[in-house]
Design a protein around this ligand. Structure first.
Ligand SMILES: [Zn+2]
Length: 100
């Protein structure tokens, strides 16, 4: 079961809870009913890009990373938005990191 981080709106306490994706948010351990989920996990794709940039990657490395990730990103977009939308935005996907 996935783990989520929450912050209580009333007392600010942060806590973890395990529950299904569609289940309602749990209450604060101190009994306050209003809590907010804290988004701590970055999508895997972005993590890869961050890793590449945080190591002072050269432009060549960035380009290689981009070339590696773009097809995956493109597929994700196609799954979500449809091929038409991807084709309309193809120039953006193809040109980023393409210039020196
Ligand atoms: Zn609380």
């Amino acid at each position: 079961m996935p783990r989520y981080d929450y912050e209580c709106e009333t007392c600010g306490k942060r806590f973890e809870a395990r529950h299904g994706f569609d289940d309602p948010a749990p209450a604060c351990p101190d009994g306050h009913p209003v809590v907010h989920r804290i988004i701590t996990s970055t999508p895997r794709l972005l993590k890869g890009m961050e890793a590449a940039t945080s190591k002072n990657a050269t432009k060549a490395e960035l380009r290689a990373k981009w070339a590696e990730e773009t097809p995956k990103l493109r597929k994700k977009m196609a799954d979500k938005l449809g091929e038409d939308a991807v084709n309309r935005n193809a120039s953006i996907l193809n040109t980023k990191y393409d210039t020196d």
